[in-house]
Design a protein around this ligand. Structure first.
Ligand code: FE2
Length: 311
């Protein structure tokens, strides 16, 4: 593939054509996928010098870490059904210096991923801005595909949401409304039990540890959170996978597993740079976070592998 040419499929018209709905709407047995978050090219240097409000002028460390992630993914056997990247692809926000360079370098690394593993992109606050506008959202869609969409894999309905609309939609109220309407339609499909499970991907966690915690930069505001939790519960959503926190966290609420995964890139806590392995069985969704080194050297452990391979 020539340099600069796109190699990954992008979601369009709220669909992700890597998976055909006709072929994938029925349960066929356990499978697994890999979740990553926040490669965020540029944050590590910016964080180390205490200047996180600018685009980040170096990202060599993130290139190496993301390459390590791609290497680990390429070694997996059987292959994961897909690799979902839960936002903050790069550190430079729309219009900031280095945004184009970071984007190109990230794409150059991701191009090395085995093409049999589809990539699912989720938008983060750094990708469309803390207060997104129609222009920043359009810019993201042009580069990475739709900011929200759904697809089926083996009888499981996956919803990719744009959580920035839950955080601050003051400059894009129409987009937020359209997202909400679409989400209601998708939740109605899940509620009618036309799927084995329904799983959500979004950048910002609904909550970090418990559903009643205070609102801050890293979670969704309380009343918006409660309304979403109720809608998700009614629809039978089993799990929400997110990033944004740059630390592992999460908790159960009313049967919903809120999963917060640490970053491929910059760590803000004590976790390792890593990826999460998610196994979907008929009954449950089981997941485990691996450091990049662990996944590269040892692969997925036997217990999880046995679940993936069970018939
Ligand atoms: Fe981030």
């Amino acid at each position: 593939m020539a340099d600069g040419q796109e190699v990954f499929l992008r979601a369009r018209n709220r669909k992700f054509t890597a998976f055909s709905e006709d072929e994938e709407s029925q349960w066929k047995g356990p499978f697994y996928f890999i979740q990553g978050a926040d490669p965020q090219f540029g944050l590590m240097k910016a964080w180390s010098v205490g200047d996180c409000d600018n685009g980040g002028d170096e990202w060599g460390q993130e290139i190496r870490l993301t390459e390590e992630a791609v290497q680990a993914l390429n070694k997996l056997n059987p292959k994961p059904k897909f690799f979902v990247l839960c936002g903050d692809l790069n550190h430079a926000m729309p219009g900031e210096k280095w945004q184009k360079e970071q984007e190109q370098d990230l794409k150059n690394v991701l191009k090395k991923l085995d093409q049999a593993i589809p990539m699912v992109f989720v938008s983060g606050n750094h990708d469309i801005g803390n207060t997104p506008t129609p222009e920043t959202v359009a810019g993201y869609c042009k580069s990475w595909g739709d900011d929200y969409y759904s697809y089926w894999v083996g009888g499981v309905l996956f919803l990719v949401l744009n959580s920035q609309f839950f955080f601050d939609s003051s400059k894009c109220p129409e987009l937020k409304e359209a997202h909400d309407k679409w989400l209601s339609g998708q939740l109605a499909i899940a509620e009618q039990k036309k799927c084995k499970h329904a799983i959500v991907f979004q950048h910002i966690p609904l909550f970090l540890k418990n559903a009643h915690e205070d609102h801050d930069y890293f979670n969704i505001e309380g009343s918006v959170r409660q309304a979403l939790l109720e809608r998700f519960h009614k629809a039978g959503i089993k799990a929400v996978f997110s990033g944004h926190y740059h630390r592992n966290a999460g908790g159960m609420h009313n049967g919903l597993d809120m999963v917060v995964s640490s970053a491929i890139g910059c760590q803000l806590g004590e976790d390792t740079h890593g990826l999460r392995v998610v196994v979907v069985t008929a009954e449950t969704i089981i997941h485990k976070y691996y450091s990049l080194t662990e996944l590269n050297n040892q692969g997925i452990d036997k217990e999880l592998m046995a679940l993936i391979k069970q018939k």
